[in-house]
Design a binder for this molecule. Structure first.
Ligand code: NI
Length: 161
């Protein structure tokens, strides 16, 4: 069983690489990712969060079907942006408002290697952008204004001493 890497782990800061083989191993990894996400009560999980530097994330937003994104590319983002409170299984106990585009168009592959494009809005758009950041070594706390980021990181350190 994989465990979740938390803030401070180098693997969370490195860029992931594309998946090249859509094989049974990929399917196993994807189903492990869903299990780890559910165990952590999360709605999204990116492979680097379990120490695997591959361009894969899984999302399961309430009321929607579980979704797998392999080698995702964000093709378009809306001009309109909104703040929304985010958290992350890799930064446990910390929640903060992050401003992001309201809608995104994403192209990706599923675990079978079938390409799809999705226009996401609402919480799905939010989670997709958060997870996409993980594939580039970016955490949601990086997107906070500097003063707020420092406060949040101090709080985190205090709690996890
Ligand atoms: Ni996260």
């Amino acid at each position: 069983m994989y465990d979740i890497k938390t803030l401070g782990a180098d693997v969370l800061r490195e860029p992931a690489s594309d998946v090249t083989a859509f094989d049974p191993e990929l399917k196993r990894l994807v189903s492990e990712m869903f299990m780890v996400m559910k165990r952590g009560d999360g709605i999204g999980l990116a492979a680097p969060q379990i120490g695997i530097l591959k361009n894969i994330f899984v999302v399961h937003v309430n009321g929607d079907t579980p979704r797998v994104f392999v080698n995702p590319e964000i093709l378009e983002t809306s001009m309109e942006q909104s703040p929304y409170e985010e958290g992350c299984l890799s930064v446990p106990g910390i929640y903060a408002e992050v401003t992001r585009p309201d809608r995104v168009r994403v192209q990706a592959y599923n675990e079978e290697g079938k390409r799809f494009t999705i226009d996401a809005g609402g919480l799905l758009a939010r989670v997709v952008q958060h997870e996409y950041d993980h594939l580039r070594g970016v955490l949601f706390v990086d997107r906070l204004p500097e003063g707020k980021r420092e406060r949040v990181l101090r709080m985190y350190k205090k709690r996890h001493r």
